[in-house]
Design a protein around this ligand. Sequence first.
Ligand SMILES: [Zn+2]
Length: 408
Amino acid sequence: MLKAVKVRIYPTQAQQAHLAKAFGCVRWVWNQSLATMTATYQQTGKGVTAMTMKKSIPLWKAEFEWLSECYSQCLQQSVLNLGVAFGNFFDGRAMYPTFKKRQGKQSIQYPQNVKILSDYEIKFPGKLGTVNAKVHRDIKGTLKTVTLSKNPDGRYFASMLVDDGIECPESSSDGKILGIDLGLTDFAVTSEGSKYQHPRATKKHENNLARKQKKLSLKKNKTSNNRRKARLAVAKVHCKIKRVREDFLHKLSRKIVDQNQVIVVENLAVRNMVKNHCLAQAISDAGWGMFCTMLKYKAERVGKVYLEIGRFFASTHLCSDTLKPLPKMDLSVREFDCPHCNHRHDRDINAAINIKNEGLRVLTLGTSVIAPEGYVRPKQYGRKSTTIAAVVVEGRSPHSNRFGESVG
Ligand SMILES: [Zn+2]
């Protein structure tokens, strides 16, 4: 099983300076390759493979001496990652790759040769050398790719992909099955009737963020030290909001996976919904995509089943007792009297039960029995990226633990 552990690292001043250069080199190679690949694609209609692009690196190095500052495998990895990004784009899983900016999160990837020396030291190849770290977890197995990153708030992390050599346990669907309806009114509603409110992280920290953004907007001189400090303060609030949200998602997904054997969720095609601007802020805040990824990997690791059912399955438009179609309802209708079974249904719980029943059908028959109008087999957006993302979230720095110990 692949598992990613993210630990905080503490580079010295000199190492930070070196890393700043390395981030710059990797960013430059990415942007240069992206420009070349885009131009070739526009002129000839054909793509350039990452392997071809990789051959340009020695030429660039001959031309720009400063590129040698960076460990060469990191430069190559950057080009290969761009190849993956293009692959995701052509398969319809992702947007067209974008240029990397100097602001925002920076990272470089070491494909091999990183060693954990002790709980306090990690040795990187090249000029970087040994960096102080807080390895807060026992890391057993082979170390694969290591991603070294710097958050906008100035903290450094190493995310280490480890192969522990243990096979995933065989999955079994014997046991309790739970349907989950993800929504805007409540974050999640289960087929058992539990409702979980939104983390509302942004709301809680909104005032703090607004105050610091105001301060930043008053600093007119783009190069001043005070402006840099104000920007750091804003970045810190953003990072805090992110941690609060992730903590909520980790705890809820852990609870659900621990209590159930089969978890059924509707494939929401979150990307499509985020395009709707009115709902965009609320949906991005909600973090449904991340939640589903967490449910998936937490379930698979213990041999439980995570099931996504078709996005066009009409969970809200069926009576969960009689399976008969319901008349169209406005989004504001939260409860209704059913014309078929004469019960009063809660809209979201009814949907969650439908999702659970549909999951049961898929499990026992292998296909969906109900095919209401418009049921189309959805294109599997995000499947590959879900698998990749699924290994990259486990484990957090000891400094995040203020917000929750039971992560992962
Ligand atoms: Zn009914």
